[in-house]
Ligand binder design. Structure first.
Ligand SMILES: NC(=O)c1ccc[n+]([C@@H]2O[C@H](COP(=O)([O-])OP(=O)(O)OC[C@H]3O[C@@H](n4cnc5c(N)ncnc54)[C@H](OP(=O)(O)O)[C@@H]3O)[C@@H](O)[C@H]2O)c1
Length: 241
């Protein structure tokens, strides 16, 4: 798959990794980039179509889908990351609403277009999907759930020609990690690596130095082998109508 000439939609497109993904898609020659944001956006490149898209708002998701004629690549990038200590149910629900149900809802709404184009879904998950960071347990839970969603979508949609990628992102220098004095990759380098991984057909993309150090272990580990074993069971089932 190449990005040149394709229609790409990015959620959370106004800042951080999302904004870098928009610019990287344009740089790779995308024909149309739909920029999903919660507030009105203007962009100097005429190939960018802003879409009002709060991923927790079912009506906005439906309206956004109605504005898109065709779509090749959906990037579920919008996310929140808040501190909690697992004492507050509301904190868990807030994370699930955006990071899990937002990803699910947007994917369902655009699935008919992606099925038609035999397109690609890219979920910007997190390394915390693989191992929880107990400073942000609700976030970790939501990203583990989003990763599981990604794995199931991958197996369920393979027969329809839709490919599904997980991005297991490590620390990136955006508003989200502001104040953390740790090594961070730039949003631009991560956006480059995400599209590079998509173009190279990598199921799971490790787009920064920290995540890349775990890539081989993950790809050749027992969990990945077990995912493939389980996916084969789904492939053996007749496709749901
Ligand atoms: N930065 C990291 O170290 C890191 C590491 C691993 C994974 N990630 C993941 O990468 C993705 C992007 O993160 P980032 O670092 O670019 O974060 P960011 O700079 O905080 O940007 C988050 C983006 O998500 C949007 N968003 C939040 N809630 C939304 C909602 N309900 N509907 C639509 N958009 C919403 C924000 O829009 P507003 O401007 O309207 O708030 C913003 O555009 C997230 O999924 C994050 O979990 C980031």
């Amino acid at each position: 798959m190449t990005i040149a000439g394709k229609a790409v939609l990015v959620t959370g497109a106004n800042r951080g990794i999302g904004r870098a993904l928009v610019d990287e898609a344009l740089g790779r020659g995308a024909g149309r980039v739909y920029a999903g944001t919660r507030h009105p956006l203007t962009h100097p490149d005429g190939r960018v179509t802003p879409l009002m898209l709060d991923v927790t708002d079912a009506a906005q998701i439906q309206a956004a889908a109605g504005h898109v004629e065709s779509l090749d690549v959906l990037i579920n990038n919008a996310g929140i990351w808040l501190f909690d200590d697992l004492t507050d149910r509301a904190a868990l629900e807030r994370h699930l609403a955006v990071n899990l149900f937002g990803t699910w809802g947007v994917t369902q709404a655009f699935l008919p277009l992606l099925t038609r184009s035999k397109g690609t879904i890219v979920n910007n998950v997190s390394l915390m999907a693989l191992a929880a960071l107990p400073l942000t347990p609700a976030y970790s839970i939501s990203k583990a759930a989003a990763f599981s969603l990604t794995q199931s979508l991958r197996a369920l949609l393979a027969g329809r020609g839709v490919t599904v990628h997980a991005v297991l992102t490590g620390p990136v220098d955006t508003d989200m990690t502001r104040g953390f004095d740790i090594p961070k990759a730039s949003a631009e380098s991560v956006a480059r690596a995400i599209f590079g991984g998509v173009e190279n057909g990598e199921e799971d993309i490790f787009p920064d130095p920290m995540s890349a150090s775990l890539a081989d272990g993950w790809r050749h580990g027992v969990a990945k082998a077990f995912e493939r074993q389980n996916a084969a069971l789904a492939a053996a089932e007749p496709a749901a109508t």
